[in-house]
Design a protein around this ligand. Structure first.
Ligand code: ZN
Length: 396
């Protein structure tokens, strides 16, 4: 005999953003979580009974943020590089080597604790599904352990052995290592492979070699592309059927058309664009062309050291020309699409019956307050997989 999972009724919802086009935004709504799933949603007056009841007193409820791009398996800190950049030094891909050295020198326990601390920081701000990458090991043994530790804690893990050719390595033999022995070592722990296709990192030819090998291994594909200038990243991602191409700061018209005509999500990383003093990615142009976009934090110690998805949403509205609805959609359903977790039982980034019970309650009457009150911490409560993870609820 099985016991029914414990249920929680969230009622008194002033505005319920579902991020599901068929459901839209509901008012005076209620939501029932049962175990790790959404069991019911609709008019508050019609809500079924549940084991626990939380009256959110007119607050806004959203799906938890889906942060589809982070680099959180790392050690060390790059404050000095950030200070130099703010003093006018341009961002270059090579700063990654500083984090590689610190990461290799850290114990498993230290890497695990650092990852757990950053995930807790993200959850406390309404993020409920996190992708994270390897890429600060860059040797078979260090990439394997980064992947193993990431798989213990993160929802999705991406192999990024092709982050940078480590100092002292010949580029050709390093690419062979990344698509050979290193790929074999990480495959048990990861669902995705990624390549940093950029000046100073990997060119189109080498990036394609890595993507082909990872695809043959059965991994899903993603690409870091078009961050520092126009280049082959977007085209490569679309040609290889990658789930996402991330950054997309500099896009040609052909890149925008290619994205609009494909299933590859353009994942935009506004906190990174700002932290590296680059222009913001052309979100409006992409949406108007019909491309699917996601917003993600790119949390990492070098180019974007924030776990705040709310900051990304605020920036997208105030500086990138998106409406609040478009920005919230990109940070929830868009991220889910980039991770191919947008459909079926346990889908994330949406609130519908059968979706994962990932819920973000704002201490505000509407999601508009995310942009209307920039910088104010508005997270009031968070449920992840049906468990309340942020015991920060303030009295009503
Ligand atoms: Zn990245």
């Amino acid at each position: 005999m099985t016991t029914a999972a414990r249920s929680t009724l969230l009622t008194g919802i002033g505005e319920l953003t579902t991020s599901d086009p068929a459901l839209g935004t509901l008012h005076d709504a209620a939501l029932v979580l049962e175990g790790a799933r959404v069991a019911w949603l609709g008019d508050a007056g019609a809500a079924p009974a549940a084991d626990d009841v939380v009256d959110v007193d007119g607050r806004a409820v959203l799906p938890g943020w889906v942060d589809s791009h982070t680099h959180l398996v790392f050690a060390g800190d790059r404050t000095e590089e950030f200070e130099a950049r703010m003093a006018g030094k341009p961002y270059e891909a090579g700063g990654i080597a500083v984090t590689v050295e610190a990461t290799r020198g850290a114990s498993d326990a230290a890497l695990r604790a650092n990852l757990a601390r950053h995930l807790a920081e993200a959850y406390a701000q309404g993020t409920t599904c996190v992708e994270t990458k390897t890429g600060y090991g860059l040797s078979t043994v260090d990439e394997e352990r980064s992947a193993r530790i990431a798989a213990e804690l993160a929802d999705e893990v991406t192999y990024l052995g092709a982050h940078l050719v480590p100092p002292g390595h010949d580029p050709n033999s390093y690419v062979d290592l990344v698509r050979g022995e290193m790929l074999d070592a990480v495959t048990p722990y990861v669902g995705w492979a990624d390549v940093f296709c950029e000046r100073g990192a990997f060119d189109e030819h080498d990036s394609a070699k890595v993507l082909r090998a990872a695809g043959q291994q059965g991994l899903g594909l993603r690409v870091h592309g078009n961050q520092l200038g126009e280049g082959p990243g977007v085209r490569l991602a679309v040609e290889h059927g990658a789930a996402s191409v991330d950054h997309c700061t500099y896009l040609s018209d052909a890149d925008v058309d290619a994205l609009a005509g494909s299933d590859t999500v353009a994942t935009l990383l506004p906190a990174c664009d700002l932290s590296t003093r680059q222009p913001l990615a052309p979100a409006r142009r992409l949406l108007d062309a019909g491309a699917t976009i996601a917003l993600a934090s790119n949390a990492n110690p070098g180019s974007s050291y924030t776990t705040s998805m709310a900051f990304c949403v605020t920036t997208a509205v105030l500086q990138m020309g998106l409406s609040v609805t478009e920005a919230v959609h990109a940070a929830t359903a868009g991220g889910a699409r980039a991770l191919r977790r947008d459909t079926g039982d346990g889908a994330v980034g949406t609130l519908r019956v059968g979706a994962r019970a990932d819920v973000h309650v704002l201490d505000a009457p509407s999601a508009t307050h995310l942009a209307y009150r920039p910088g104010v911490p508005l997270t009031w409560a968070v449920w992840r997989r049906g468990e309340e993870v942020s015991p920060r609820r303030r009295p009503t």
